[in-house]
Design a protein around this ligand. Structure first.
Ligand code: AMP
Ligand code: MG
Length: 492
C-alpha cells in the first residue's frame, strides 16, 4: 500500500485545484514497475485488476487526494500565463524507503480546470515512449521522473487519427517547475510565491536555508542541478525537444518525454521534433536554453532576495553565469569517462572535439561509436582481438582515414590511463542499448494492434543498458536507412 501525504496542499489554492479523474471504459494493466513500487514502500502487489483500477483513476488508491497543479510557462519563447495540469493529477506524495518525498501523478486521467481546449487524455504511444525513455534514463543514472504504471483505458482518443488511450503513473521528486514560479509571479501573488519558494527549499534544497540569502542560494543550487543534467543528456546524445520553462524541473530531473529522441548520426544541430520549426531546442542549443530558462526562474525570485535594485540583479546574473562553468566542468568529466581517460586529463576536451567532427563528417552513429570505442579499449588492455575491434570501429565511418588518425592520438592519451577502473567508468559512460527511435516506433505500432510483447522486450533491454547479450545487441543496432525515424511528435 502507498501511504499518501499532501504537503503540496498546504500551499495556497491558486497553486492547485482539487479535481477528480474521469473514469475510463475498460482499464487494463500494461505494465507495473515492481522495483519502483517496492522503493515507494508497497510491500504487497495488488492483483492486476486492482492496479488497473487505481492507476487509471477509476477507483483511486486509498489516501489519494487528486489535484491539478497550476503553472505558467514560456513555450518556444512565448509566455503563457496559465498552462497547468490539463491532463494530469497529483494523487499525493509518498515518502520512499530512503526518506525522499516523491510525487505520484496520473497523466491522461481526464479534463481539469486547466484543460483549456484539450481532452485531458493521452494516447497510448506517448505513454509507452515516456515509460521506456524515463526508465532507461533511471537505469543509466540520469536524474529523471519515473514510470510506475501504464494502463490502457479501453477508449480511443482522437488526434490525427483515433488511437487507443492510456494513463501513465509518473513518479517525480516533485512536479514543481520554473513555470510554477512564473505562475505565482505573474499573478503578483507574493505570499503564494514565498510559500512555494520556502516549500521548495525545505523539500529539495534544505542546505540553502542556512545561506546568507536563501533565495539566492536556491537559484545557485537549481542552476547547478540543471547544468549537471543537461551535460548528462548530451553525453548520451539526448535531445529533449521541448525545453519550455514549464518542462524545466526545479528538482533538476528530466521531465516530459514528449518529442524527445536520442541522436543517432552525430550532428550538433540535430532536431527531431516536428513542432520545433525554429530549431530552438537543437542538440547543441540545450545548455543555452537551460540557462535562459534559469534566467526566467531568477526573475521570479528577485522580489524575495535580500538585496535590491541593481545589486540584486547583478548577484543573480553572476549566479546565472556560473551555469557555463558548472556545465563545462561536468561535461569535461563525462567526456573523460566516455573516452576512458582520467577525469583530470587535458586531452579529453580536444579529443572529444575532434571525435565529434569525425562522427559528424563520417556520419557515425554516436552510441555505436562509443560502444565500439569501449570494446577497442578493453581489447587493447587485454592485448587480444584489438585489430578486429578497431576494424569494427572503422566500419562505422564513411571517412576511415580521419578516424584512424584520431585513434592514434586517442591511443597515446589512453595508454597513460589504462587502469581497470577507467575501463569500468568508460563502460558505464557508454551504454550498449539506448531506446532508439525506430525501436520505440516499432513497439508503439505493435501495441496499437494489441501486441505488448515488443514493449516488454525493449523495456527489459533498455533497463539493462550495459548488457551485451545477443538480444541486447540486436536491439542496440542503429536503424537501417529504411527504418530511420526522422521526426518525432508531441502526440498530446
Ligand atoms: P506538454 O506539451 O505535455 O508539456 O503540455 C503543455 C500544456 O498543455 C500543459 O498545460 C498540459 O497540461 C496541456 N495539455 C497537453 N495535452 C493536453 C490534453 N490532451 N488535454 C488537456 N491539456 C493538455
Ligand atoms: Mg509539460
Amino acid at each position: 500500500m502507498l501511504t499518501f501525504e499532501h504537503q503540496f496542499a498546504t500551499l495556497p489554492e491558486p497553486l492547485w485545484v482539487a479535481c477528480q479523474p474521469t473514469p475510463v471504459a475498460q482499464p487494463s494493466l500494461i505494465a507495473f514497475n515492481d522495483a519502483l513500487a517496492a522503493q515507494l514502500g508497497m510491500q504487497t502487489r495488488p492483483d492486476d485488476a486492482r492496479l488497473a483500477q487505481w492507476f487509471s483513476g477509476n477507483q483511486l488508491p486509498p489516501g489519494a487526494e487528486p489535484k491539478a497543479l497550476g503553472y505558467a510557462g514560456h513555450q518556444f519563447g512565448n509566455f503563457v500565463p496559465q498552462l497547468g495540469d490539463g491532463r494530469a493529477l497529483l494523487l499525493g506524495e509518498v515518502v520512499d524507503q530512503q526518506g525522499l518525498r516523491r510525487d505520484i501523478q496520473l497523466k491522461g486521467s481526464g479534463r481539469t480546470p486547466f484543460s483549456r481546449g484539450g481532452d485531458g487524455r493521452s494516447p497510448l504511444g506517448p505513454v509507452l515512449r515516456e515509460y521506456l525513455v524515463s526508465e532507461f534514463m533511471a537505469a543509466v543514472g540520469v536524474p529523471t521522473t519515473r514510470a510506475l504504471a501504464a494502463v490502457a483505458t479501453g477508449e480511443r482518443v482522437v488526434r490525427q487519427m483515433a488511437e487507443p488511450g492510456a494513463v501513465l503513473t509518473r513518479v517525480a521528486s516533485s512536479h514543481i517547475r520554473v513555470g510554477t514560479f512564473q505562475f505565482a509571479a505573474v499573478r503578483r501573488d507574493e505570499s503564494a510565491l514565498k510559500a512555494l519558494t520556502d516549500h521548495v527549499i525545505t523539500r529539495h534544497y534544505p542546505e540553502a536555508a542556512n545561506a546568507d540569502d536563501p533565495y539566492l542560494a536556491l537559484l545557485e543550487a537549481v542552476t547547478a542541478r540543471q547544468a549537471a543534467l543537461v551535460a548528462r543528456w548530451m553525453s548520451l546524445g539526448f535531445i529533449h525537444g521541448v525545453m519550455n520553462t514549464d518542462n524545466c524541473s526545479i528538482a533538476g530531473e528530466t521531465i516530459d518525454y514528449g518529442p524527445c529522441a536520442f541522436m543517432e548520426q552525430f550532428d550538433p544541430q540535430k532536431v527531431y521534433s516536428s513542432i520545433d520549426q525554429g530549431r530552438r531546442y537543437a542538440f547543441n542549443n540545450q545548455p543555452g536554453i537551460a540557462q535562459w530558462n534559469l534566467a526566467r526562474f531568477a526573475e521570479t525570485l528577485l522580489p524575495l532576495m535580500r538585496e535590491e535594485g541593481d545589486a540584486v540583479v547583478e548577484q543573480a546574473t553572476e549566479v546565472l553565469r556560473g551555469f557555463t562553468i558548472r556545465f563545462s566542468a561536468e561535461q569535461r568529466r563525462l567526456h573523460a569517462n566516455k573516452l576512458g581517460l582520467a577525469p583530470e586529463s587535458d586531452h579529453a576536451a580536444p579529443l572529444m572535439e575532434a571525435l565529434e567532427i569525425q562522427m559528424h563528417q563520417g556520419r557515425m552513429d554516436m552510441t555505436a561509436t562509443f560502444d565500439a570505442l569501449t570494446h577497442y579499449a578493453q581489447a587493447l588492455r587485454k592485448n587480444s582481438s584489438a585489430h578486429s575491434q578497431k576494424e569494427a570501429l572503422l566500419a562505422l565511418t564513411t571517412q576511415p582515414d580521419g578516424l584512424t588518425a584520431w585513434l592514434a592520438e586517442w591511443e597515446n592519451a589512453q595508454q597513460a590511463s589504462q587502469q581497470s577502473e577507467r575501463l569500468e567508468a568508460m563502460r558505464h559512460a557508454n551504454p550498449v542499448v539506448i531506446p532508439r527511435n525506430h525501436r520505440i516506433q516499432e513497439v508503439i505500432d505493435a501495441a496499437v494492434e494489441g501486441d505488448f510483447a515488443p514493449f516488454h522486450t525493449l523495456l527489459a533491454a533498455v533497463t539493462q543498458p550495459f548488457d551485451e547479450s545477443e538480444e541486447a545487441r540486436r536491439l542496440a543496432a542503429p536503424a537501417m536507412e529504411s527504418e530511420q525515424v526522422l521526426r518525432t511528435f508531441c502526440g498530446t
